[in-house]
Design a binder for this molecule. Structure first.
Ligand SMILES: N[C@@H](CCC=O)C(=O)O
Length: 556
């Protein structure tokens, strides 16, 4: 099977990419012998056999003498060396981006065959990801750097594959579909086109090492942009290998640059290369800085303090408890969509929902990574936050709250049991200091639980109105009047409504992104791609003829 692909890959590359380096990479000694594109073996990476991650610019893989050595999140061994570009080395990246004109690598009037090329690349890449060996490779690689259960990591690979399948054949050109409106006189028509931005940058976080960068990268390319991609170094090995797979599937080497660097160096590139658009997925703090630095030429998928409201109609307690457990604690709570706050109607608080949730959370274990290292908060920081919450009158620890035991997770990372803290709703709203504390996003296995009485829905809505990030939400109820009221009074971009409502898991067939902010990005669907990666251009054709007997009218 791989051989078949190798020869197809060869044809694709010779067609699209005469100056390719892929052959060199195929014969490289770094090659993983069982997969034709890979240079690492996910299982073999260790302190004794560290992997090296490179950057890619102007058609070539490059190293650096400046290594960021990553510790294995499970045992602290220095297991990956990321060759990071230093400030003195940014020129090739700046030049490469600058070579791309504002009108992009393709647009409806320029190189339209490239829309088809990207349909073909997507077909090949989707096919590769459907091979069990390739899917297992990426799943395991994700697990090595962003420890989550096999199923959660495999889900990410699956979503990525399905996304690619969605943009096979002619689907990329359909993304650039235009429309026409008849004009005021003969010969006049206005046409609306989707236009690329040209040079663009993509900055993505650690929590979805494959799904977020790949979906955004392909969206940018489909619409005719030339992206420079930067993934959090902690996990960039996954996209480094994916870039190799994409080259193997015919991605022209000059179309994408891929950089590993620290944030300061990347900031310098952004200021010097002046990309026309930057997609940033990550923390609100960095997002706000970039918005200023880039003078607003940015789309953001920033923090999510995601909430779930359980409505008055209690049904299927086991099911709802299970969804709550998945939403709050799968991937150790490190999804941008993770449930951070649960509002229970008093009818639910009379059931054994919380004890069921406790039981489900208690099943999670480090051995299968259903709970695991937290990469951006230390254990102490999470415990300190918990202690602060427990100072609030009426608050209590529902479960968890203890460091994980018997592990070798290095202390730079966090290791906490799935935790839930109850805070009374009136206390949450008491003053802005308490509100800020309660709604502080902890990117880990941590949630706030509260309850409201039947005449207190306005308090819930008040709490939701005061939040500053509006990514995912769930209204768990089959009462249409209740759902209507909550949805009508809130703004979250990806909101699930109904008994089976959840906050996480958005696959490629859902728009996923914040609402309520003109800078809000989306990911996954055709609408998301068009919104983030293209702008509107209107061409008004006005061919004439000038009416017979036309004379110069008086000035107006
Ligand atoms: N599918 C992921 C979202 C990826 C994000 O950008 C989730 O639902 O948490």
């Amino acid at each position: 099977m791989y051989r078949v692909f190798a020869s197809r890959g060869l044809r694709a590359n010779s067609l699209f990419n005469k100056s390719s380096t892929w052959l060199a990479s195929l014969t490289s000694s770094r090659l993983n012998h069982s997969l034709p594109f890979a240079t690492v073996d996910a299982e073999e990476i260790s302190g004794a056999n560290p992997a090296e991650v490179q950057s890619f610019v102007q058609g070539k893989w490059i190293g650096s003498s400046n290594y960021n050595t990553l510790l294995d999140p499970l045992n602290g061994e220095p297991f990956i060396k990321v060759a990071e570009v230093e400030e003195s080395g940014i020129q090739p990246f700046v030049e490469s981006l600058s070579q791309c004109p504002k009108h992009g690598l393709h647009n409806p009037f320029k190189s339209p065959e490239r829309y088809l090329l990207y349909g073909d690349i997507s077909t090949k890449a989707a096919h590769m990801l459907a091979l069990p060996k390739v899917s297992d490779f990426f799943t395991r690689l994700i697990q090595r750097v962003a420890p989550k259960s096999y199923q959660q990591a495999a889900g990410e690979v699956f979503v990525t594959r399905k996304f690619l399948e969605n943009f096979c054949g002619d689907q990329v050109r359909f993304l650039a579909r235009s429309f026409a409106v008849p004009g005021n006189h003969l010969g006049q028509q206005s046409h609306g086109y989707r236009w690329p931005y040209g040079p663009v940058t993509i900055v993505t976080p650690f929590n979805f090492p494959l799904e977020i960068p790949l979906l955004q990268l392909m969206g940018a390319l489909y619409m005719g942009n030339k992206p420079l991609l930067k993934v959090d170094s902690k996990v960039s090995i996954v996209m480094e290998q994916m870039m190799r797979l994409l080259h193997y599937c015919g991605l022209p080497v000059e179309d994408v640059d891929f950089i590993n660097s620290d944030g300061k160096t990347m900031n310098k590139i952004l200021l010097e290369a002046n990309p026309r658009m930057t997609l940033f997925t990550g923390s609100s703090r960095v997002a706000e800085k970039l918005a200023l630095d880039l003078k607003g030429r940015i789309r953001l998928e920033d923090a999510g303090f995601d909430w779930k409201v359980l409505g008055p109609d209690v049904q299927e307690v086991d099911y709802v408890a299970w969804v709550c457990d998945q939403d709050a604690y799968a991937c150790s709570g490190q999804k941008c969509s993770a449930q951070s706050m649960l509002f229970m109607h008093e009818n639910w608080s009379k059931t054994d929902l919380v004890s069921k949730l406790k039981e489900l959370a208690g099943r999670r274990k480090l051995e299968d990574l259903t709970i695991g290292p937290v990469l951006t908060f230390t254990t102490e920081a999470m415990l300190e936050h918990m202690e602060n919450l427990l100072q609030i009158p009426g608050s209590k620890l529902l479960f968890g709250g203890k460091p994980l035991k018997n592990h070798s997770i290095p202390s730079i990372y966090g290791a906490l049991e799935p935790t839930a803290v109850f805070v009374p709703i009136k206390e949450i709203l008491k003053d802005s200091k308490t509100y800020e504390l309660v709604t502080k996003e902890i990117f880990g296995p941590f949630q706030i639980v509260t309850k409201y009485k039947k005449d207190q829905l306005h308090l819930v809505l008040d709490a939701l109105e005061r939040m500053h990030a509006h990514l995912t939400a769930a209204v768990v109820s089959n009462d249409p009047i209740f759902i209507q009221e909550v949805i009508g009074n809130t703004v979250n971009g990806t909101t699930y409504a109904g008994l089976r409502g959840r906050t996480t898991g958005a696959p490629q067939n859902h728009w996923f992104g914040p609402a309520g902010d003109p800078r809000g990005a989306g990911i996954g669907t055709p609408e998301a791609i068009k919104l983030v990666w293209s702008c509107h251009r209107e061409i008004i054709y006005d061919y004439g003829p000038v009416p017979k007997g036309w004379e110069v009218p008086p000035s107006t």
